[in-house]
Design a protein around this ligand. Structure first.
Ligand code: SAM
Length: 214
């Protein structure tokens, strides 16, 4: 509980700090945390059926429509708007520590369920595999993504998808430190879940979708 409160305070601070201070904090962190070893190699067999798409909204045309969906990390709600418009979900569960900046039209949608809490607290609310797909786009730090994966994997229906935004490894000074690539690759190797989609992006911040077998 105390740890949760500390994490919530850290997230609140991150949302309000000016970019210059954030960069200083990242530089300080990098001084104490050496770059991690390269991520493991995903066996080729897990990549054979993967499809390459040009954007993450093209991906939305290929994920299940009329589905039960969760987006972890909503921010202003722009991608949630696309999920609603393109996939017409039966239920879209939006999870964020704050919806203060989220667009009103998204929050007003009858199929949207808002959860103002941490991603892990939301996911631990049930053990049931009850989502057709979950879009993971909250805290991009390595430990946070590992925690999101641990809590989310059991919530995806067999045959459903766990999708990650910003599948990137960024350890360079001056940028955010992204551990998404490391955490997702380790999960793919450990779980054997095949890669179903890989989405290109203009800033090389790719999306990747893994499919739960079954
Ligand atoms: C990159 S933004 C999400 C962008 C959104 N998915 C989109 O594409 O339009 C990340 C959001 O995750 C939220 N966030 C970060 N860590 C979180 C956590 N542990 N639990 C819940 N929300 C978190 C932040 O408040 C922020 O609004």
């Amino acid at each position: 509980m105390t740890r949760d409160r500390g994490y919530l305070a850290e997230l609140a601070l991150r949302r309000t700090l000016p970019e210059g201070l954030k960069t200083l904090a990242r530089l300080a962190r990098l001084a104490f945390q050496p770059a991690p070893a390269p991520a493991p190699v995903i066996p080729q067999a897990q990549l054979e059926d993967a499809r390459l798409v040009n954007t993450r909204w093209e991906l939305l045309h290929r994920l299940p429509h009329g589905a039960r969906v969760a987006e972890l990390g909503t921010y202003k709600g722009d991608f949630a708007r696309m999920i609603l418009d393109i996939t017409r979900p039966a239920e879209l569960h939006l999870v964020d520590v704050s919806f203060a900046l989220c667009r009103a039209d998204v929050l007003a949608d009858a199929n949207v369920h808002r959860h103002e809490t941490t991603t892990v607290a939301f996911l631990r609310g049930s053990d049931a595999p009850d989502f057709d797909w979950i879009y993971v786009d909250a805290d991009h730090g390595y430990e946070a993504v590992v925690a999101d994966i641990a809590a989310a994997r059991g919530r995806v229906k067999p045959g459903g998808y766990l999708v990650f935004n910003d599948f990137a490894r960024i350890v360079r000074p001056g940028f955010g430190v992204f551990g998404v690539h490391q955490a997702v690759t380790e999960f793919a190797v450990e779980s054997g879940w095949p890669v179903a989609f890989f989405c290109l992006n203009g800033e090389a911040l790719y999306d990747i979708a893994l499919r739960r077998p079954g």
